[in-house]
Design a protein around this ligand. Structure first.
Ligand code: F6R
Length: 242
């Protein structure tokens, strides 16, 4: 696993956007696995700028990591809404080539569709954030982790962390559809971006030792042959990374 430390979080976002941009330039039909949350916002800003400057997304397809259960895609707190607003409406991608799982369709059918979208052609690059508790996608710390797409019950820590996007914590959905760890590991490349002091413990477990543990689901990416972690200097120092 490679670790890239940038001076600031803004620079880390640019570095990740450049990695994605290079891939799209090299492979105009690239398949991207995408993430939501605060972390990738700067990446998506930069990709929108790159598109305005000529980077062509017309042949790109995308599949997102996760979506809240019970929330429709036109709800501003849904991950579909976030992706449309933060990225898809700002680049020349064909909306039909973007997939964010539906949180409201028949569950069995949607999970089957989700799995088809993941495995119908390998994901070239999977972008990840990381939860305060070390989750990736919504794979929460547990004794056992799921390999493939499934419904995950969100932990109190994740519900509290995501409450900032809702009017009240009680409105945060308690379940989400998410790729499993095996789905994430099936991508040809993984890029995990993180910033912020609250991620220091999870990042320490990810980059300063050689262990994999279901208690910090992100640690599984250590076993991937092409994984890159991009963080800023402040987080690297807080995580004790030298
Ligand atoms: C989002 C996702 C989550 C987030 C994580 C960090 O699609 O899969 O794992 O990456 O919860 O969220 P932020 O970036 O808001 O700190």
């Amino acid at each position: 696993m490679r670790v890239i430390v940038k001076g600031t979080f803004a620079e880390a976002c640019v570095a990740v956007a450049e990695i994605i941009g290079d891939l799209v330039r090299r492979k105009p039909t690239a398949k991207l696995g995408l993430a939501t949350g605060s972390t990738p916002e700067g990446v998506y800003d930069h990709l929108a700028e790159m598109c305005a400057a000529g980077l062509d997304f017309s042949g790109v397809t995308t599949v997102n990591l996760d979506e809240y259960r019970g929330i429709t895609g036109d709800n501003p707190v849904s991950y579909r809404y976030f992706m449309d607003k933060m990225l898809f409406s700002r680049i020349n991608i064909d909306p039909n080539n973007t997939y964010v799982a539906s949180g409201v369709k028949d569950l069995e059918e949607e999970l089957a569709r989700f799995k088809r979208k993941i495995y119908d052609g390998q994901i070239d690059l999977q972008l990840l954030g990381i939860g305060v508790n070390g989750h990736v996608g919504f794979n929460e710390p547990a004794e056992k982790l799921y390999c493939t797409a499934h419904v995950e019950k969100l932990t109190p820590s994740t519900i509290a962390a995501n409450a900032r996007f809702f009017a009240h914590e009680s409105e945060v959905p308690t379940e989400a559809l998410t790729m499993g760890i095996g789905d994430i590991m099936s991508a040809a490349a993984i890029v995990l971006l993180a910033g912020g002091a609250n991620k220091a413990t999870a990042i320490r477990e990810l980059i300063t030792n050689d262990f994999i543990t279901t208690a910090i689901p992100a640690t599984f990416i250590k076993a991937h042959s092409n994984a890159t972690v991009v963080i800023d200097r402040e987080l690297a120092e807080l995580a004790g990374y030298r």
